[in-house]
Write a protein of this length. Structure first.
Length: 151
């Protein structure tokens, strides 16, 4: 075998190895980006669900301790606590994509606001037979929970 044909054969093998490695790298990269995208979507959904459950827990705490009255008007939930509570006036409402919680000591107006849930598409409050139903709608899923209201 001539030395020039041997060099050509070795170069051809090296070129084939480079092409095969590029294909393997491309396939691996595509698989990795797919897994990463799925992971990031699942993480965002779990984070949103965590926000929703924190909001539900906050509502549960405030509904089941020293509540005098409860009203729903125009998509806003108003909770009035008894006189022993510092923040007697609680207002829950949606503003943009956030569920906001305002607590005041003298009135519902001009009170400090906390964001207890983000990423909302819509929210709704309704009363059914002494049960407060709260629905939170997000991208791709919605959660609804009922709270027994006893004064």
């Amino acid at each position: 075998m001539k030395s020039s044909s041997r060099k050509g054969f070795i170069l051809q093998e090296i070129l084939c190895c480079i092409i095969i490695m590029a294909l393997v790298l491309g396939i691996s990269l595509r698989a990795f980006t797919g897994v990463l995208r799925t992971y990031l979507e699942a993480r965002a959904q779990l984070k949103t669900m965590d926000y929703a459950y924190m909001a539900f827990e906050r509502i549960k705490e405030d509904l089941h301790s020293n509540t005098d009255s409860l009203a729903i008007s125009g998509g806003v939930l108003y909770i009035l606590k008894d006189d022993s509570v510092n923040g007697r006036y609680i207002k829950m409402f949606q503003s943009a994509d956030k569920l906001r919680y305002a607590v005041g000591s003298t009135t519902y107006v001009d009170t400090p606001v906390q964001n207890i849930c983000v990423g909302l598409k819509s929210s709704s409050f309704r009363m059914e037979n002494g049960i407060l139903m709260i629905r939170l709608v997000f991208d791709g899923f919605e959660l609804e929970r009922g709270f027994q209201v006893e004064y």
